[in-house]
Design a protein around this ligand. Structure first.
Ligand SMILES: Cc1ncc(COP(=O)(O)O)c(C=O)c1O
Length: 487
């Protein structure tokens, strides 16, 4: 494909994308295919001779689209949102065109510098404490990771290195292995599975701290666990607090957990993967109070801030905690400015070496929406979730299972787990809307997350009518009966 064909095909592709997104409501939100469907539709090996663009595009509709779950359909209410906006898509095109691998400042100065400035912009939008910002001469700063899982892992590994060096400095005879087997990390029993995975990958044990009746980490239980573990000769070193848990969007109280971590010298990492975007609105910023006690903070603009995947924003108060933990300096990556103190080499902040020019997406989105546009977007989603909550509350067969703070509503029939499982099964097999469940204190709960950029009240109302119809069907089914409903 030469430049002139690229111009033509590029315009066609933009039309295809705009048509897809404009018409997405007409597509069934969840596909009909069975496992292995695709292998049967394509050749077993790559073509020897070149094929045409027309042929490929035809196959997109024939082979790919039938197997796509349409995350941007206004009838998609599963998981948490994944962001999508036209400015971010255009920036991604430019990112692909520049195609640099910005592992160091010299590898592409604009890639590095725009990222540092965008992370400061975003930090200011959230009113993060000054200590997290890079500024002209700050000790903190932000980095774009691929995912919240990577951010948690990087924080855990940096904390592990920090505590190991501190203990070895005090007792040089201690081996790394001897320290490692005693290290303990903590998170609430509501934390995302990626936290447990970080513990597994990092080779340290992770203890689950019980949550309270609002599904927030019990600070007193954390304190007790720390005392118990220290008395048993273990070494507490790392705590993950979650703002906006995956199951029900509950919030750990940083003003309670933070001082304990500070007192005990533990690294506090805050995972706000979904909820973090809401903190750009002053009315939700109080949920972030206490972040001043954290060593690292992370959320995903690629979930709810209109910046397409991947863009996970992570800040640290002391960037040398990261850069010092993972630093290796082979000759082929060195450059003349690396020790000037004026620049950042992001390869020291992350697991991979290579990195894309992801800050372009932030720059385009922040400028084209403005902070006000982004705030309006968040507020609209929160209003829609409260509208859904009100509909559920009007139907006495249902109950709300956790406080609705942002864009997620957890609800269920006042009935057995079996009946609620049957309800979800019937909703998802009808494929008009798509939901996923969660488990709260052994109860099977349905999650209704406001996801799509284009979702309106009418979609939410239609979804609720559909859920009510499915509920009526499930309740009428032989052997179930309304008798099971506890009013
Ligand atoms: C609270 C929380 N943390 C972490 C994650 C994992 O996010 P990622 O896919 O960016 O690793 C999620 C995903 O929804 C989440 O809700």
């Amino acid at each position: 494909m030469n430049a002139s064909e690229f111009r033509r095909r590029g315009k066609e592709m933009v039309d295809y994308v705009a048509d897809y997104l404009e018409g997405i409501e007409g597509r069934q939100v969840f596909p009909d295919v069975d496992p292995g469907y695709l292998r049967r539709l394509i050749p077993t090996t790559a073509p020897q001779e070149p094929e045409t663009f027309e042929d490929i595009i035809k196959d997109v509709e024939k082979i790919i689209m039938p197997g796509v779950t349409h995350w941007h359909s206004p009838y998609f209410f599963a998981y948490f949102p994944t962001a999508s906006s036209y400015p971010a898509m255009l920036a991604d095109m430019l990112c692909g065109a520049i195609g640099c691998i910005g592992f160091s400042w010299a590898a592409s100065p604009a890639c590095t510098e725009l990222e540092t400035v965008m992370m400061d912009w975003l930090g200011k939008m959230l009113q993060l404490p000054e200590a997290f910002l890079a500024g002209e001469a700050g000790e903190g700063g932000g980095v774009i990771q691929g995912t919240a899982s990577e951010a948690t892992l990087v924080a855990l590994l940096a904390a592990r290195t920090k505590v190991t060096r501190r203990l070895q400095a005090a007792s040089p005879e201690l081996t790394q292995a001897a320290i490692m087997e005693k290290l303990v990390a903590y998170a609430s029993d509501q934390a995302h599975s990626s936290v447990e995975r970080a513990g597994l990958i990092g080779g340290v044990r992770l203890k689950a701290i019980p949550s309270d009746d609002k599904f927030a980490m019990q600070a007193s239980a954390l304190q007790e666990a720390l005392e118990r573990d220290k008395a048993a000769g273990l070494i507490p070193f790392f705590v993950v607090a979650t703002l906006g848990t995956t199951s029900c969007c509950s919030f750990d109280n940083l003003l309670e957990v933070g001082p304990i971590c500070h007192e005990e010298g533990l690294w506090l990492h805050v995972d706000a993967a979904y909820a973090g975007s809401a903190f750009i609105c002053p009315e939700f910023r109080h949920l972030l109070n206490g972040v001043e006690f954290a060593d690292s903070f992370n959320f995903n603009p690629h979930k709810w801030l209109l910046v397409n995947f991947d863009c996970s924003a992570m800040w640290v108060k002391k960037r040398t905690d990261l850069t010092g933990a993972f630093r290796l300096d082979p000759v082929y990556l060195r450059h003349s400015h690396q020790d000037s103190g004026l620049i950042t080499d992001y390869r020291h902040w992350q697991l991979p070496l290579g990195r894309r020019f992801r800050s372009l997406k932030m720059w385009f989105v922040f400028r084209m929406y403005g902070v006000k546009g982004l705030q309006a977007y968040i507020r609209k989603h929160v209003q829609l979730s409260h509208a859904f909550e009100a509909l559920v509350r009007q139907d006495t067969r249902f109950e709300i299972c956790a406080e609705v703070t942002l864009g997620l509503v957890c609800f269920r029939l006042k009935a057995s787990n079996k009946l609620n499982e049957a309800l979800l099964e019937s909703i998802n097999s009808a494929k008009k809307i798509h939901l996923v469940p969660c488990s709260l204190r052994d109860q099977f709960v349905l999650r209704f997350a406001i996801c799509s950029r284009t979702v309106e009240l009418a979609h939410v109302q239609r979804a609720w009518e559909h859920i009510q119809e499915m509920a009526a069907k499930v309740l009428r089914a032989p052997g179930e009966g309304t008798a099971e409903i506890k009013n």
